[in-house]
Design a protein around this ligand. Structure first.
Ligand code: S3P
Ligand code: PEP
Length: 421
């Protein structure tokens, strides 16, 4: 539960863990395929386990062997004559990817989740359900849906969560006629939508987009114009043999150590990647160069580690931070509270965060994880400089159960007390 970190300089090479976001997508596509797929290089974080559990609850057969999953897909449109219960645990992606899939068979489906997960927005789906006469009932620790989704035009705000769009992209190809998703600008977290489309294509699903041209050209477009995705109905997921690439979101914590006096190299990352969080290298350098502002609307998961690097590099101003409020914690405010204990002032605005420059000092109080894996990992980077204690550090299990083992191998002096890893 508690970790006590001693000031330490870390050295060596670390292999990035497999991407959690890619793992969710590839497992879901495999679970929807007719036949057996192989998904290689998985790490069984709590979130990935939640997705596996949900697929099994819907009838997929999944055999795990080492880091590989052999997945016999299921037809989620078929009624199974009972209420399937899907346990999403703490995972926003799992909940939002599976909710529309649960609206394909017409039977009651229950999606369970922690009370905190259930406070995260679901209104995009709630509205769709209301418009289509689908039962959608939220309770403290579960959501019940019952009814059948119809094909058609879906207009979705682009700045609440891209996970709604990904969820629809997984689901609409299985309807009996064509659909269209119109994402209203500004579109944030767009790289996650690209990752979903890429995963769908690996499993033979066609999606057409109104966007053309290079990613950078497009960025200005998707901030100001709707993006349309056309999805043919009656498609079938074809089984595939796929490998999960390395995770930039979690690799970022190791790279951040290099701004804290350590010397760490990271391998296992694919250079030609769709992961938006691969921006961390440029963003860390931009902080060091004093570029103002730093926009993080497309890479919200980097927020905590970027604030940590800003604290190490004399401060920075960030925009596009609004959505940090609706993650596993209110991430901007959580970092504000914890950085204050380290002597750094942070101002949190509506869509802006300013980390002020200042000297890091050893905290006299225990730091809090706020129940959030990315807060624990960001604070751990800072404690390699000052030393200190973090309470609730088991939150890392959500995405990266062996985070502290890897840090220890690089030379981190850390004592764990009551960790369940
Ligand atoms: O699709 C995904 O895999 C994710 C999308 C992002 O959420 P939002 O689109 O809600 O920003 C990100 O924060 C989350 O950790 C993973
Ligand atoms: C926000 C995250 O995940 P999710 O939304 O899937 O819970 C995350 O991993 O930082």
């Amino acid at each position: 539960m508690r970790v006590e970190i001693k000031p330490s300089a870390l050295h060596g090479t670390v292999t990035a863990p497999p991407s959690k976001s890619m793992a969710h997508r590839l497992l879901i596509c495999a679970g929807l395929s007719e036949g057996e797929s192989v998904v290689r290089r998985l790490a069984f974080s709590q979130d990935v386990k939640a997705t596996i559990d949900c697929l099994r609850a819907l009838g997929a057969e999944i055999r795990l062997d080492g880091d590989t999953a052999f997945v016999k897909g299921t037809d989620v449109r078929k009624a199974i004559g009972k209420t399937a219960v899907l346990n999403c645990n703490e995972c926003g992606s799992t909940l939002r990817f599976f909710t529309p899939l649960c609206m394909l068979c017409g039977e009651e489906r229950v999606l369970r989740g922690s009370p905190y997960l259930m406070t995260r927005p679901m209104d995009v789906y709630e509205k769709i359900a209301r418009d289509q006469g689908i039962r959608f009932k939220k309770a403290e620790d579960h959501l019940t849906v019952e009814g059948r989704l119809k094909s058609g035009v879906y207009e979705v705000a682009g700045n609440i969560s891209s996970q709604f769009i990904s969820g629809l992209l997984f689901t609409l190809p299985l309807l009996d006629s064509d659909s269209e998703i119109r994402i209203l600008p500004p579109v944030e977290s767009k790289p996650y939508i690209d990752m979903t489309v890429a995963a769908l294509r690996q499993f033979g699903i066609e999606v057409e987009t109104s966007l053309r041209g290079a990613r950078q050209e497009c960025r200005a477009t998707w901030q100001s114009q709707p993006i349309n995705y056309r999805i043919k109905g009656n498609q079938s997921y074809c089984p595939a043999d796929v490998t999960v690439e390395g995770d930039y979101s979690n690799a970022a914590f190791f790279e951040a150590l290099n701004y804290a006096g350590s010397s760490v190299k990271i391998d296992g990352l694919r250079e030609n990647t769709l992961q938006g969080d691969s921006a961390y290298k440029i963003l860390f350098e931009n902080i060091k160069l004093g570029i103002d502002p730093i926009d993080i609307a497309d890479c919200p998961d980097l927020g905590p580690v970027l604030f940590a690097v800003a604290a190490l590099c004399g401060g920075a101003r960030f925009t596009g931070t609004r959505r940090l409020r609706i993650k596993e914690s209110d991430r901007a405010d959580a970092m504000r509270q914890e950085l204050q204990k380290l002597g750094i002032d942070v101002e949190v605005g509506e869509n802006e965060v300013i980390v002020h420059g200042g000297a890091l000092r050893q905290p006299t109080e225990v730091l809090s994880a706020h129940g959030d894996h990315r807060i624990v990992m960001a604070l751990s980077v800072l404690l390699t400089v000052t030393g200190g204690v973090i309470d609730g550090a088991q939150a890392v299990n959500k995405s990266f159960p062996d985070f502290f083992d890897k840090m220890r191998k690089l030379g981190l002096e850390v004592q764990t007390n009551g960790m369940d890893q």
